[in-house]
Design a binder for this molecule. Structure first.
Ligand SMILES: CC(C)(COP(=O)(O)OP(=O)(O)OC[C@H]1O[C@@H](n2cnc3c(N)ncnc32)[C@H](O)[C@@H]1OP(=O)(O)O)[C@@H](O)C(=O)NCCC(=O)NCCS
Length: 106
């Protein structure tokens, strides 16, 4: 296997969300598009499974290409840099008005 990706169920302000991470591509296979492939494929599966929103902690320049943008009101535990807390709405407006601490789902 050249790539691995994982999602975790979390809660944000009383709403369910998926937390993406880690995603990793084998060092000898990086830069071939595998990362983008597994991210796009899994986001499509998440949407078809009925999930409304995804978040992650990562580099905006990389994840922006998939539609992720900074979530201003969502807080991860320190020392997380708030600029790295990014979200993607799988349904239009799914992050609108949602904020607060990220907690485990159960
Ligand atoms: C980040 C990672 C998953 C990307 O997977 P990949 O298969 O190498 O990426 P792709 O081939 O789909 O895309 C490559 C593009 O992403 C860019 N890129 C990779 N990491 C980047 C980053 N941190 N910031 C900005 N751009 C980045 C590359 O420059 C390249 O750009 P280009 O399309 O303009 O040439 C992979 O490099 C990796 O496993 N890195 C180590 C683990 C890691 O950092 N994981 C993320 C945090 S959990």
């Amino acid at each position: 296997m050249g790539a691995a990706i994982r999602y975790w169920p979390v809660r944000v302000g009383g709403h369910s969300a998926l937390l993406l991470g880690p995603v990793a591509v084998h060092p000898t296979r990086q830069g071939e598009g595998l990362g983008g492939l597994v991210i796009r494929e899994s986001l499509g599966r998440a949407a078809r499974a009925g999930h409304a929103r995804v978040m992650l902690v990562g580099d905006a320049p990389y994840y922006g290409r998939f539609g992720f943008a900074r979530l201003d009101d969502v807080r991860m535990p320190p020392p997380t840099n708030p600029d790295r807390v990014l979200g993607l709405a799988l349904r239009p407006g799914a992050w609108d008005g949602i904020g607060g601490e990220v907690t485990r789902a159960i």
